[in-house]
Design a protein around this ligand. Structure first.
Ligand SMILES: O=C(O)[C@@H](CO)OP(=O)(O)O
Ligand SMILES: [Mn+2]
Ligand SMILES: [Mn+2]
Length: 553
């Protein structure tokens, strides 16, 4: 498709004279399950509730599956695909799908990335590092197995897998099943010595994002590369089963397992990373692979002391950062996202303010701009990151919602910005902890913060759009497949749901600056997140560009 990067004025909505607020509630779905396990339903949310009553200015849109470029409608939404869609207005085949296709048609094994790592197959080790689950948000086991088989077929003599346990996109405890399956798959690879070499929980080892805590990456480096960790076991299965028990008084969940190394009977690590080895990061999603990519790729690096910097043939499943071209080599070309709203608005001279806390900062900047870490026009764009606490967020469920609200209000009142873009992390990040009570509190607070922001826009005579990127807080319990009934452990405790949901998300518009007759059209019942981009461009007074999905207005 040809992309026209010139924004044209809207036919009927005049150019916004006052700021337009776009506010994303991360992980805030509109779920059919309206029992106490829906934290949003259980929370005090008078502000977002009242928005539903405004005729023609509230609706839901699809935020999962094919509506956001994922392989199937069984796939839950996530922040990467959600913010890509919100920022670009396009439904783009996403990493999960592109890798499936490249494996299906075999092209993955013809491309430069694969040829590059193949050079290590005969005489060196090939290492695979990534999230071991079938969650489909960052990675998928069947894709890992596809590449493992490809490596064995193409003559890899020695394979080592470094696993990050999930328990976030999939139920806690499933790490055991995934490791058992992987052990079996590795044993079946013919003609090569293949083993799990190290690992740890995804929230504690390797998979940090937006430089929230480099210690997480350092732990991973020590375990995967140097073969050093406080815990050593002779099998990965024994490692995770033992580590899950914690210190006896408190169990540790899959997400938070400490780093471990697998050793031989003599205590020697079975899979350190050495000069000449190939290293593949098998996650397709970008945010949590950027830091570890820098550690493997950058000669100059001072985020932590690597102690040893092996010269490896290093590839990502995808190229994770389009501006940094990181990593330089990759197995499957990433989604080509162009003509995004940020670029068009910068070209049109619109000044933008974007803000969230660290955990979601890249969501409203990097993902929003199509996985680019830079600016389009730096003098027109102000990006503000409020540092997140480095704690499990059920222990501090308010997170930085108040600080983000203050920053957003200040930006609106400053008169410096035509568009103000905000993301509240709480419903998602607290939702992922599985702690219902904490999540209910988080949702109530976010509702209050939304009020403050909308009141500010009202006072200025501006316009606003409120939406979310996918569900999460809207269901905090695992349910029976057929009946949807909540599931409980033998102890009687509800089985927590830590993942995102398949629920659609709300969209609401308003503000005194919005001409009175402006309403949502009713001929787009299947609209998704990509339809929101044209909608906020309309609020700014621009027509929806032809390469974007139609506006909801
Ligand atoms: O924490 C994350 O990495 C994902 C879940 O795997 O959540 P989100 O897509 O909301 O960032
Ligand atoms: Mn999200
Ligand atoms: Mn999430």
């Amino acid at each position: 498709m040809t992309i026209d990067t010139e924004l044209k004025p809207h036919d009927t909505i005049p150019k916004a004279e006052k700021p337009v607020l776009v506010c994303i509630l991360d992980g805030w779905g509109e779920n059919e399950n309206k029992d106490k396990f829906n934290a949003i339903h259980s929370a005090e949310t008078p502000v977002t509730d009242a928005l539903k009553e405004v005729p023609g200015r509230w609706r839901t849109v699809r935020a999962h599956g094919t509506a956001v470029g994922l392989p199937s409608d069984a796939d839950m939404g996530n922040s990467e695909v959600g913010h890509n869609a919100l920022g670009s207005g396009q439904v783009i085949d996403q990493g999960a799908r592109l890798v499936d296709i490249a494996l299906d048609n075999g092209s993955a094994f013809e491309l430069d990335g694969w040829k590059y790592i193949s050079e290590s197959f005969p005489d060196n080790t090939v290492h695979f590092i990534g999230l071991l689950s079938d969650g489909g948000v960052h990675s998928r086991c069947n894709q890992l197995v596809g590449f493992l088989k490809g490596a064995a077929k193409d003559g890899a003599k020695r394979i080592r897998v470094h696993i990050l346990t999930d328990g976030r996109d999939v139920p806690d405890g499933t790490s055991v099943k995934f490791v058992e399956e992987l052990e079996k798959d590795l044993a079946e690879l013919s003609g090569c010595d293949a083993k799990i070499a190290s690992g740890g929980g995804r929230m504690h080892v390797t998979m940090d994002r937006y430089e929230a805590d480099w210690k997480i990456v350092e732990r991973g480096w020590q375990a995967h590369v140097l073969g050093e960790a406080p815990h050593k076991f002779t099998t990965a299965l024994e490692a995770i089963k033992t580590l899950r028990e914690g210190d006896g008084s408190k169990a540790i969940t899959d997400q938070w397992l400490p780093p471990f190394v697998v050793t031989d009977d003599g205590g020697k690590a079975v899979g350190t990373i050495e000069d000449g080895d190939a290293v593949v990061l098998f996650n397709f999603r970008a945010d949590r692979m950027v830091e570890i990519s820098k550690a493997f790729e950058y000669e100059e690096f001072n985020a932590f002391d690597r102690k040893r910097f092996p010269k490896t043939r290093f590839v990502g499943m995808m190229q994770y950062d389009g501006d940094l071209k990181l990593p330089a080599r990759f197995l499957v070309p990433p989604p080509a996202i162009s003509g995004v709203s940020g670029e068009l608005l910068a070209k049109a001279g619109v000044s933008t303010f974007a803000c969230s806390e660290t955990q979601k900062f890249g969501h409203v900047t990097f993902f929003w701009n199509g996985n680019r870490s830079g600016y389009f026009k730096e003098d027109l764009e102000t990006y503000v990151e409020i540092p997140s606490d480095a704690v499990p967020f059920n222990e501090a469920p308010d997170m930085k919602a108040r600080e983000i609200t203050e920053a957003g209000k200040e930006a609106l009142l400053s008169g410096k910005y035509q568009m103000v873009r905000i993301n509240f992390a709480n419903p998602d990040m607290v939702g992922h902890t599985g702690d219902l009570e904490a999540c209910v509190g988080a949702c109530s607070l976010v509702d209050k913060c939304v009020k403050e922001l909308l009141d500010t826009v009202e006072s200025l005579g501006g316009r606003w759009l409120l939406t979310a990127d996918h569900g999460n807080a809207d269901d905090m319990v695992q349910r029976a497949k057929k009946t949807n009934a909540p599931l409980f452990a033998d102890s009687g405790a509800p089985l927590p749901l830590t993942s995102h949901t398949l629920a659609p998300v709300p969209v609401a518009i308003g503000g005194p600056g919005l001409p009175e007759g402006i309403k949502f059209r009713d001929d787009l019942p299947n609209a998704g997140l990509a339809n929101i981009t044209g909608t906020y461009l309309n609020l700014l007074g621009f027509a929806t560009p032809a390469h974007m999905e139609p506006s909801l207005i």
